[in-house]
Design a protein. Structure first.
Length: 447
């Protein structure tokens, strides 16, 4: 306890770190306040049907990402998700389209140009999603719309939702620039955590009123949740180290190299991106079906995460996207070339292409179990719900929600620990340094 208090004091004494924490908290507060401002032309007292409709499937997941703003018909109802979709699209285009890839390699000017295109694309995506959201509101919650405002509702809602998303995007960029970093991820995490107390109490009351050992079942659920979180921490931080030797070099009277170091390869190099890709594709049938959440429709196979068909398709897509995204961001040939230029080599493997093949093979072997575990984490909420966990609390048993929370918390703690170590303070943990989600850059680190 004394070490914890001392660490907090050390954090607060660092002026730069203190300023970043305060800026981050203030911007988060602004975001949460905006999530409770209802769109003009809607009676907030008549949104019960909207709350019930958006509890299940992909709509429930979207509502969780925006901290309940979707079911509240808030000005931030779409949150930062349109910007995420636009960013993913531009990231793929950067990899697949040579012209865009060339622009990215131009340095800061190229990155600024791509970021500007991403913002323009965000406006387009948000406008389309806002129109779909209006259709969803008028279909499921027409009684909440004020008749006197009906002639202005469509246009004003599209403008306000688009502006709201752009404002949330700006908040995320400010948290990245002036705060603790990872602004977009922190905003998503805060939206997810905002629903945790309510979901926790709903599950507690459900088990308490059940009787017959209901409280014991609740305690078992909490223990399982803690075990899943610990497992995710291991998955996020897990690495496979390849031994690398460096040839001795003699320059003048000094000798360089000759030491053994290790090349770390992350088990989950793709991070949360495969789950986001898979869920984005699974969400498309819902849009085409007009946000349909009831009745016999083929789209329900892609929206009900307790359905076996959904679980199988979703798992296959997560595994496939894990290998695809890892192949896009991981370049074994570049790593082999970097080793060769620095006079490093893997024992028993020839430099050059054989080393690249060896690193690629090792990466494929560790990616497979990582992909399977990632797919299992993705379907855990549906499995938990099948075992009687309430729908809201089940989302915290895995999937994108829990993975994002664990990853963002580790990233944020890593940022704070780096600031402490730079100023000769002790780190946050005595057992070793915290590792975040960031993919390890090509290169070699010591033991």
């Amino acid at each position: 306890m004394k070490k914890f208090i001392k660490t907090l004091k050390n954090i607060w004494t660092i002026e730069e770190l203190r300023s970043k924490i305060i800026v981050t908290l203030v911007l988060i507060l602004v975001y949460r306040l905006g999530s409770h401002i209802v769109l003009p032309g809607i009676d907030p007292n008549k949104l019960a049907n909207l709350n019930d409709t958006s509890k299940g499937g992909m709509l429930g997941l979207l509502d969780a990402f925006v901290g309940g703003a979707f079911s509240k018909a808030s000005i931030f109802a779409l949150g930062i998700m349109p910007y995420i979709s636009a960013s993913i699209f531009m990231q793929l285009m950067t990899i697949l389209v040579p012209q865009i890839q060339k622009i990215q390699k131009e340095g800061d000017s190229g990155r600024k140009k791509i970021n500007q295109w991403t913002r323009y694309l965000t406006v387009i995506v948000t406008a389309f999603q806002a129109a779909a959201y209006i259709g969803f509101l008028t279909t499921t919650n027409r009684e909440a719309l004020l008749p006197a405002y009906s002639s202005f509702f469509w246009l004003s809602t599209v403008i306000i939702l688009t502006t709201g998303t752009l404002f949330v995007m700006w908040l995320g960029e400010k948290i990245t620039d002036k705060g603790l970093g990872n602004g977009t991820s922190i905003i998503i995490m805060i939206g997810i955590l905002a629903r945790l107390p309510q979901s926790f109490m709903q599950e507690f009351y459900a088990k308490q009123t059940r009787g017959g050992g209901g409280l014991l079942i609740f305690m078992v659920e909490i223990a399982i949740l803690i075990a899943i979180i610990l497992g995710l921490i291991v998955l996020v931080q897990g690495v496979r180290k390849i031994p690398v030797n460096y040839a001795k070099q003699i320059v003048g009277n000094r000798q360089f190299g000759g030491a053994r170091q290790f090349l770390p390869l992350k088990v989950n190099a793709a991070g949360v991106m495969p789950i986001i890709f898979a869920q984005a594709i699974m969400f498309l049938p819902t849009i085409f079906a007009g946000f349909q959440t009831s009745g016999k429709s083929w789209s329900l196979y892609f929206t009900d995460h307790t359905n076996l068909v959904y679980m199988v398709i979703y798992s296959v897509m997560v595994i496939g996207f894990t290998f695809l995204y890892t192949a896009l961001i991981f370049n074994p040939k570049q790593m082999a070339d970097d080793l060769k230029r620095s006079n490093g080599f893997v024992p028993g493997v020839k430099p050059g292409q054989p080393t690249a093949d060896y690193i690629g093979t090792i990466m494929d072997r560790i990616t497979l179990p990582g992909a399977v575990l990632l797919a299992f984490v993705g379907i855990l909420p549906g499995i938990a719900q099948l075992f009687g966990v309430t729908q809201g609390f089940a989302t915290f048993f895995g999937g994108t929600s829990l993975l994002i929370m664990v990853g963002v918390v580790l990233d944020t703690l890593q940022q704070i620990e780096t600031q402490l170590l730079m100023r000769q303070y002790d780190g946050l943990m005595s057992s070793g340094r915290i590792q975040g989600r960031q993919t390890v850059a090509p290169g070699v680190t010591g033991t």
